[in-house]
Design a protein around this ligand. Structure first.
Ligand code: CP3
Length: 335
């Protein structure tokens, strides 16, 4: 049997699937209680028992239509030998990059290091098989990972310059293409039915650099995912022209951010669309939430649409508001 998302992307059905980015995270008390006892974030991602439990928490609570594996895009630089730490109120902190180390990493060693993630995927797949929900694996896009690897922390908007397209950058991008495919394939083999590609910092690039840093490297991953007969979702956050991205990259589903006008997306893009709602809306009152949800559902009424946010759930979100959101989406079509 097909899942709701698989049906939705094949043909416009009356049911709108819903899941949220960062649905497993700090807004949930059951997540915080595990996190308090596990200070090291990377070790937590690599603890199959706990990461599996965290992945399933929002499914148990809200009945979302898909589970996204509790892991992180920065596990790839970590498995390529670049140390990563998560510091409180600072975010990720990466050690200086060493290309000699990265160039010497073997496929088997990389897979061995990330094996707990694949075990989590297998466990979630088993749990979701009975209920016909999707298991979503993911990777960071090459551009966003390159940026973290060189900048060593989250970039600040406006305070950054594009890297030269020299041999050094080509070398890192080639390694990322190779190992992201290894990571994607292992997640698919373990049971991921969808792979989402997060290009969180695509919006920092000027138009003239998109082909080299965004379109070409993501298309290589999307083509690979398609060869493996798996669904791809791309999220080039804050990119100024989603239509051009879709024309160049050809993903199965496009996730939009909250700065873009959904009616323009609806008028110009023909592939299934996901997301859009500003996560800050969930910090407002129910009336505002209801109005905004209705706006997105009406705008995409004639389209194949998966409900989601325009970025991750914020830590200050009240779980009751997430429940309200899910109820509103479900009741809109009398589901
Ligand atoms: O529920 C899910 O969405 C699945 C798990 C998931 C996490 N990170 C867990 C996480 C996913 C899909 C990601 C992707 C990710 N990680 C991205 C792309 C999406 C985006 O947010 O733009 C990026 C850029 C990262 C890197 C990263 N990880 C940053 C910048 C941070 C710190 C910011 C923060 O919220 O504190 C993280 C940490 C992180 N990854 C948390 C979670 C639940 C918070 C960790 C904590 O409890 O302290």
């Amino acid at each position: 049997m097909n899942t709701l998302i698989q049906n939705c992307i094949k043909n416009k059905s009356s049911k709108v699937p819903i899941w949220l980015m960062r649905q497993a995270g700090r807004y949930l008390p059951e997540f915080r209680s595990i996190r308090e006892k596990n200070q090291d974030f990377i070790s937590l991602c690599l603890n199959t028992k706990l990461s599996s439990e965290i992945t399933i928490q929002p499914i148990n609570r809200f009945g979302f239509d898909a589970a996204i594996i509790f892991s992180d895009i920065l596990l790839v630089p970590y498995a390529l030998g670049q140390q990563v730490n998560f510091k409180k109120d600072y975010g990720p902190n990466l050690q200086k990059i060493d290309l000699k180390i990265i160039n010497s990493v073997k496929r088997e060693d990389f897979l061995q290091k990330l094996n707990p993630v694949y075990e989590t995927v297998k466990d979630i797949k088993k749990k979701l098989l009975m209920v016909d929900k999707d298991t979503i694996g993911f990777v960071g896009a090459p551009w966003t990972l390159l940026l973290y690897m060189l900048n060593r922390r989250s970039p600040k908007e406006g305070n950054f310059s594009v890297f030269p397209k020299d041999k050094y950058i080509h070398n890192i991008l080639a390694k990322l293409d190779e190992f992201l495919k290894i990571h994607i394939e292992a997640q698919i083999k373990s049971g991921a039915s969808i792979i989402q590609i997060f290009d969180s910092w695509a919006g920092l690039l000027p138009e003239k650099d998109l082909e080299f840093f965004v379109y070409k490297p993501i298309k290589s991953l999307v083509d690979f995912i398609r060869q493996k007969k798996t669904i791809s979702i791309c999220f080039p956050r804050n990119i100024s022209n989603y239509k051009k991205f879709v024309d160049n990259v050809n993903p199965d589903i496009i996730n939009i951010d909250y700065n873009v006008d959904p009616s323009i997306i609806s008028d110009t893009i023909d592939i299934p669309i996901q997301g859009g709602l500003d996560p800050k809306i969930l910090l407002q009152n129910k009336e505002i939430v209801r109005n905004e949800v209705t706006k997105y559902l009406k705008t995409f009424d004639k389209k194949r649409y998966i409900f989601n946010l325009g970025h991750g759930v914020l830590p200050d979100t009240n779980p009751d508001m997430v429940k309200y959101l899910v109820d509103k989406v479900r009741s809109f079509y009398g589901q």
